[in-house]
Design a protein around this ligand. Structure first.
Ligand code: UT7
Length: 349
């Protein structure tokens, strides 16, 4: 049995906000943001757009590709996506910025909008590691049940609505976006597709990256004057140190993993590493510690900033649609984020 990726898609809001645009509104500068994070821009959704809206667009692009259509005609894309959606058995949507608090899941909203009438649908909360977790969860759900064949895995975020725009330490870091993949279970015994996932958590760091208000721990109370919405609070230094160790440890472990028929996962054997991108300096520090050339890492943080669970699937789709993924390529993903969570996937294209 193999779990193959047969379609990828992404959706990013058209509105691009540069560092200079932010510097006109808050006390920051292009120089500070670039030198401390590698971020140049972020895409921000309009007020009317919710997590499911971006997720649906990314999903339709991935579904259309799975159905054989990769062109730009919206009607043809929708037609191909509609047909492919009927064959989806599982929808897993990773997000920290769901349409609704608690229920319904954003995955269910997406299921209805794309017409995946035969699919189960659920969200997972694993911060920026959400897509890495989601891929393994979906793969497991396909593997255990002979009747399930195809899954849609999405990472989608509207972080701009959960950002405290008065906190320059966090608001410059995040952007909105969504990425999606379709995976299919094949009965061939091939060494390809999703081969292995490493999933880890260190819940002792749960307060380092937190949306403190609104949950059952700290609900808004009747009559309370709400001066800020639910927003991300982060202990940047703590998360930074965790992140460098998480990337380094994850990649080291993945590279030591023995998979029958694959041989050693040497640096030369790896075609690309797709890291979660919260800060280019985190990736550079891990690359240096592991003595992996930085060129192996696919970085697009300059354009999108940190899009949490969407970062890895957006990058995967960019590589795929620009013809940079070849049959047989070995790809490692590596994620880290709120929870705290971390992990990675080994994928052969
Ligand atoms: O995806 C989820 C996981 N998230 C992460 O992995 C994020 C991890 N953390 C980081 O990437 C970094 O810690 C940050 C980018 C958040 C912060 O970088 P830093 O180099 O650790 O900066 P800092 O917080 O130590 O702040 C240094 C200085 C401070 O000024 P003083 O106190 O030294 O005068 C800050 O007030 O930089 C100041 N500062 C800013 N200045 C201009 C903080 N934010 C800004 C800003 N513009 N936006």
């Amino acid at each position: 049995m193999a779990i193959e990726i047969i379609g990828t898609g992404r959706a990013v809001p058209p509105k691009k906000v540069s560092n200079d645009d932010l510097a006109a509104l808050i006390d920051t500068s292009d120089e500070w943001i670039r030198s401390h994070t590698g971020i140049g821009n972020r895409h921000i959704a309009d007020e009317s757009v919710a997590c499911s809206d971006l997720a649906v667009e990314a999903a339709k692009n991935a579904l259309a590709m799975a159905g054989g259509y990769t062109g730009n005609d919206p009607d043809q894309r929708d037609k191909a996506a509609e047909q492919a959606a009927a064959a989806i058995d599982v929808i897993i949507l990773a997000t920290a910025t769901a349409d609704f608090f608690g229920t319904p899941s954003t995955a269910c909203v997406v299921q209805s909008k794309i017409g995946a009438l035969n699919a189960m649908a659920m969200d997972i909360t694993a911060g920026c590691t959400g897509f890495v977790y989601g891929l393994e969860t979906a793969s497991g759900l396909l593997s255990v049940n002979p009747l399930r064949k195809r899954a849609l895995v999405i990472g989608s975020e509207i972080l701009s609505k959960m950002t405290n725009w008065d906190d320059r330490g966090t608001c410059v870091l995040f952007g909105d976006g969504a990425g999606a993949v379709i995976i299919e279970k094949t009965l061939d015994n091939r060494e390809s597709g999703l081969l292995y996932s490493l999933l880890r958590a260190d819940g002792s760091g749960n307060e380092s990256l937190v949306m403190r208000r609104g949950g059952s721990r700290n609900p808004y109370k009747k009559g309370e004057v709400v001066d800020t919405g639910i927003c991300i609070e982060m202990n940047g230094q703590e998360v930074y140190n965790f992140a460098v160790k998480a990337i380094t440890d994850t990649l080291e472990t993945l590279m030591k993993t023995k998979i029958e028929g694959l041989g050693d996962i040497s640096i030369e054997r790896i075609a690309r590493i797709i890291p979660h991108q919260a800060n280019a300096r985190i990736v550079q520090a891990a690359a240096k510690r592991l003595r992996i050339p930085i060129e192996k890492f696919y970085l697009n943080i300059e354009e999108y900033a940190n899009t949490s669970s969407a970062t890895i699937p957006i990058a995967l789709d960019e590589l795929n649609r620009s013809g940079q993924l070849n049959k047989g390529d070995l790809i490692l993903t590596v994620g880290f984020g709120g929870g705290l969570t971390y992990g990675g996937n080994i994928i052969i294209i």
